[in-house]
Design a protein around this ligand. Structure first.
Ligand SMILES: Cc1cc2nc3c(=O)[nH]c(=O)nc-3n(C[C@H](O)[C@H](O)[C@H](O)COP(=O)(O)O)c2cc1C
Length: 423
């Protein structure tokens, strides 16, 4: 349950008066700085980094910064209602938690911390295909709170079907298909450190727990010898021990000797994404699932129109937080054109660069029905786990509520393009 903005600020100021400061900074720059000090160098680089020279990340921010809110006065804003209806579900606010993989880089059992925090507020958590923990483990902690599943379309359709079946079984109410990652982007921060978490079996929670994936690994072990490693280093040995301990089932020594962990990672790297993904695949997805389908990564209005043609249920305007194509259009810049093309026929969500409640207000004014928070919650996890994310969500909700009220809006429905002025 959220605390009202006024009450939340009262608590913060009263605590401050007693000498107790907030542990989750109320602005993004301080939050990121504090998280950087807490996280490992490689973990922080993986989360904070973007593609190439990180121009897209900068564009995401610039686009949001360049748009101005134009507040209206004397509208009696004593009641402020943040709730919305999305895909037939009543939500307490137009905020979702974007799918983010490898949350273990922020804190051990990061997915679980996030699931608990999200369910405290009834805000949807989108389980990442690259989560560190299986979706069922998180779902078990969430009661009736909404959860969605995000899919990276693997080269194995059987694995895709298995993931979707599991998502339905554990109560996910929507499926997000990420379109912008048919290959991993060029990410200099990770390349310079030679670090990809998946090679250490991090972020493989959905795979290692999946019966179809396990079968793929067994088959591989029967039919394929691993290529010679070319000289075993201490680092490689440590990695192999870690991999073996991460793999489920049988004894550690058995897994170590059979190199099961290595086979698992190899199976993952070979099947992870499908560069051939196309609109025909999306059409047949309806045969695989009953869940509403939401396409994530739409930036061009023509792709948005195509999404309507193939009969999906929603889209997320996103450039993956600038992690895929450097020099790309900002998601927020793409939003009004996409909204104009869609003309209200599908719900539109947006992410990439959302750093505050005021940013969410701008996204809603520009045509989004809801927005997803990404990197900020990873930093909150690193700083305070479940409690950290709860504080962060409370910050976002409070700022959105205040921005709304101080701009003359009593409900989310009253936020529209007239509330915005371009520079
Ligand atoms: C560390 C990290 C991991 C991510 N993993 C996924 C993922 O597994 N699936 C996905 O669809 N998007 C993933 N994303 C993209 C987010 O869902 C979202 O689009 C992005 O974080 C928005 O940008 P922002 O965090 O800068 O606001 C990831 C982003 C980050 C930063």
């Amino acid at each position: 349950m959220r605390t009202s903005a006024v009450e939340w600020m009262r608590q913060i100021y009263t605590n401050g008066f007693k000498g107790k400061m907030i542990s989750i900074p109320a602005d993004f720059d301080s939050l990121e700085k504090a998280a950087r000090e807490r996280m490992s160098e490689k973990g922080f680089a993986y989360v904070a980094g973007g593609a190439g020279a990180e121009q897209t990340m900068m564009n995401n921010r610039r686009a949001l910064d360049e748009v101005r809110i134009l507040p209206r006065m004397l509208k009696d804003v004593s009641q402020r209602d943040l709730s919305i209806k999305l895909f037939d579900q009543q939500l307490p606010a137009p905020i979702l938690l974007a799918p983010i993989g490898v949350l273990d880089l922020a804190i051990k059992k990061g997915d679980l911390h996030l699931a608990r925090a999200a369910s405290e507020f009834g805000l949807p958590m989108i389980f990442s295909n690259q989560a560190s923990m299986p979706m069922e483990t998180c779902a078990n902690e969430m009661g009736d709170s909404p959860r969605w599943f995000q899919l990276y379309w693997s080269k194995s359709d059987k694995l895709v079907q298995s993931f979707l079946q599991r998502a339905e079984n554990c109560g996910c109410s929507a499926l997000v298909v990420t379109l912008d990652t048919t290959m991993l982007g060029w990410r200099p921060r990770d390349l310079n450190l030679g670090y990809l978490p998946f090679l250490y079996a991090k972020g493989l929670g959905q795979y290692l727990s999946d019966p179809v994936f396990q079968k793929l690994v067994e088959e591989r072990m029967e039919h394929e010898d691993l290529p010679p490693s070319g000289g075993v280093t201490l680092q490689a040995l440590v990695s192999l021990i870690r991999l073996s301990s991460k793999y489920p089932g049988s004894s550690f020594w058995q897994k170590f000797k059979s190199k099961k962990g290595l086979y698992g990672v190899r199976t993952f790297t070979d099947t992870y994404v499908r560069p051939s993904l196309n609109w025909e695949d999306i059409k047949r997805l309806k045969e695989y699932t009953k869940l509403p389908i939401i396409l994530k990564g739409i930036l061009h209005p023509d792709d948005a129109l195509r999404a309507i043609d193939v009969g999906v249920d929603g889209i997320i305007v996103s450039n993956h937080g600038g992690r895929q194509v450097d020099g790309s259009i900002a998601a927020f810049e793409a939003l009004p054109n996409v909204a104009e093309a869609i003309k209200g026929q599908l719900p539109i969500l947006m992410d990439s660069g959302i750093r505050s409640g005021a940013d969410i207000f701008k996204a809603l004014a520009m045509g989004a029905d809801a927005a997803c928070i990404g990197r900020p919650y990873v930093y909150a996890l690193a700083l305070g786990g479940e409690a950290g994310v709860k504080a962060l969500l409370q910050h976002f909700l409070s700022e959105l509520e205040l921005t709304m009220g101080l701009s003359g809006c009593r409900s989310i429905q009253e936020i529209n393009s007239e509330m915005i002025k371009n520079k």
